[in-house]
Design a protein around this ligand. Structure first.
Ligand SMILES: [Zn+2]
Length: 109
């Protein structure tokens, strides 16, 4: 069962989309305030990722960070539960603050 997509805002000028929690009133890309409500797709495609192997004490390593694209027009940065190579499909899963969301690799059929 797929989770519902993340609530988002979409810019009427540059058409970028971004999570509502990150910038509810202003487009972070062009500064426009003419925004509409939308919902990001629940799955996206990894654009790039990296494995973090050194972190402050108390942080479990290794872990993966990635940029992934979600319709309509959002490129999000976040932590991956597991690993996610470039081109992999990931699910957008709501998470507690400060992350707001994490990426979960989509299981292959
Ligand atoms: Zn914009």
């Amino acid at each position: 069962m797929s989770a519902p997509g993340l609530p988002a805002r979409r810019c009427a000028r540059c058409e970028a989309a971004f999570p509502s929690v990150e910038s509810p009133e202003r487009c972070p890309y062009c500064g426009n305030t003419w925004l509409s409500d939308t919902t990001l797709s629940s799955t996206g495609t990894v654009v790039t990722s990296t494995v973090v192997r050194v972190a402050p004490p108390g942080t479990e390593v290794p872990y993966t960070l990635a940029y992934a694209d979600f319709a309509p027009g959002a490129r999000l940065f976040g932590r991956v539960r597991g690993s996610a190579p470039i081109g992999a499909t990931v699910r957008l899963v709501p998470a507690p603050e400060p992350d707001h969301y994490v990426f979960e690799p989509e299981e292959k059929p």
